[in-house]
Design a protein around this ligand. Structure first.
Ligand code: KG4
Ligand code: ZN
Length: 337
């Protein structure tokens, strides 16, 4: 039997400082996440400069804790996988600099990982039997991508958002109705008490482009609705607004994803990214997949939002393909998949 490959994953692209120890891609020995949500909540969203400073303060502790929890030392690590884009440049640089320093000091191979590839790979951890090819909808605060995963590390992007990401729309709408940051979980919770058919919001369409997304029109429609209700002295029913907005997002994501699955005859479908934690989205996607006999995959919420286990997993598949990064690895804020 071949030797186990142990990867130390590091993630710092936005507001979570995370480190994880992952064996053979799918066996997660530790998954440490230090969230900065409490600090950014004070400002109603992520402040990039504060995010970078907090990563600098926390990255060493988080790595130490990940090794401790996994009962491993750096001597046991075969490679270091780190997110190098996309994300906030200052935030990414902290993880990249840390990974390069350890790689150089300990002479351990370095692997730069694409953040979205990490989100997709969270599905491999949650479902040990899952193998490519499959269709994956990546919905997070910064990204909305409909992707065919052809093989490990091989992707065809069918569609992407042309303006706001799905999570960004959740965050902006939540802020506008006073629910605070981060908006996604708060809208999700409020929507449980509301009627998804109370208010009709638009379903974003993008000209001829069948699989692309647009959420800025929906966001504007919600803001216009709020303004108009205020002008007329009416109180807004927040649960109804949250449920109606969420329904519009879910409808668009579902229609595009199932259209692609039906057209391309894909029999496995996976959700990924922070918005994949949304209860209405998960339920609607599962139901649509079950109806078609498509196998549905979705990681648990802790693997949907930013974490380093998913980076360790993606890094493992790069490692066994022989991919290595040099010490000139740099942060690329707008890295394409
Ligand atoms: O993947 P992630 O942690 O970071 C990025 O790569 O962007 O995603 C964060 C996003 C935020 O916009 C947050 O509001 C959204 O995921 N989110 C949710 C839920 N939980 C997190 N959106 C809708 N419903 C949720 N339950
Ligand atoms: Zn993310």
């Amino acid at each position: 039997m071949s030797k186990d490959i142990t990867i130390l994953g590091i993630e710092s692209s936005c507001d979570e400082t995370a480190a994880a120890v992952v064996v053979n891609g799918r066996n997660v020995l530790s998954n440490e996440i230090s969230s900065q949500i409490d600090i950014h909540t004070l400002y109603g969203g992520v402040v990039p400069e504060i995010a970078s400073r907090k990563h600098t303060e926390r990255v060493n502790q988080v790595i130490r804790k990940a090794l401790e929890t996994a009962d491993r030392t750096l001597d046991d690590i075969d490679a270091i996988a780190v997110t190098y884009g996309p994300g906030l440049v200052g935030a990414l640089l902290i993880g990249v600099a840390e990974a390069k320093a350890i790689s150089w000091a300990r002479n351990i191979p370095l692997i730069g990982v694409h953040h979205i590839e990490g989100h997709i790979s969270a599905n491999y951890i949650a479902a040990p039997e899952l193998e490519p090819p499959f269709l994956c909808l990546v919905v997070s605060g910064g990204h909305t991508h409909l992707v065919i995963v052809k093989d490990y590390g091989e992707y065809e992007v069918l569609g992407r958002t042309l303006d706001d990401a799905a999570g960004e729309a959740f965050d902006k709408v939540a802020r506008a109705v006073g629910l605070g940051y981060p908006g996604g979980p708060k809208i999700d919770r409020a929507a449980r008490e509301g009627d998804p058919h109370a208010i009709t919001f638009p379903r974003g369409k993008v000209g001829e482009s069948r699989y692309d997304f647009s959420f800025s029109g929906l966001k504007s429609a919600v803001l216009n609705y709020l303004n108009s209700e205020k002008m007329q002295g009416r109180e807004v029913n927040v649960p109804d607004l949250a449920a109606s907005f969420q329904q519009s997002v879910v409808d668009v994501l579902l229609t595009h994803a199932m259209d692609a699955a039906d057209t391309l005859g894909i029999r496995k479908f996976a959700l990924a990214g922070g918005v994949a934690s949304n209860s209405a989205l998960r339920a609607a996607m599962k139901e649509a997949c079950d109806k078609r006999g498509i196998t549905f995959y979705c990681p648990p919420p802790i693997l949907c939002t930013d974490n380093a286990a998913m980076i360790g997993c993606a890094g493992y598949y790069d490692y066994i393909k022989g991919k290595r990064s040099g010490l000139d690895l740099n942060a690329i804020p707008n890295l394409m998949l």
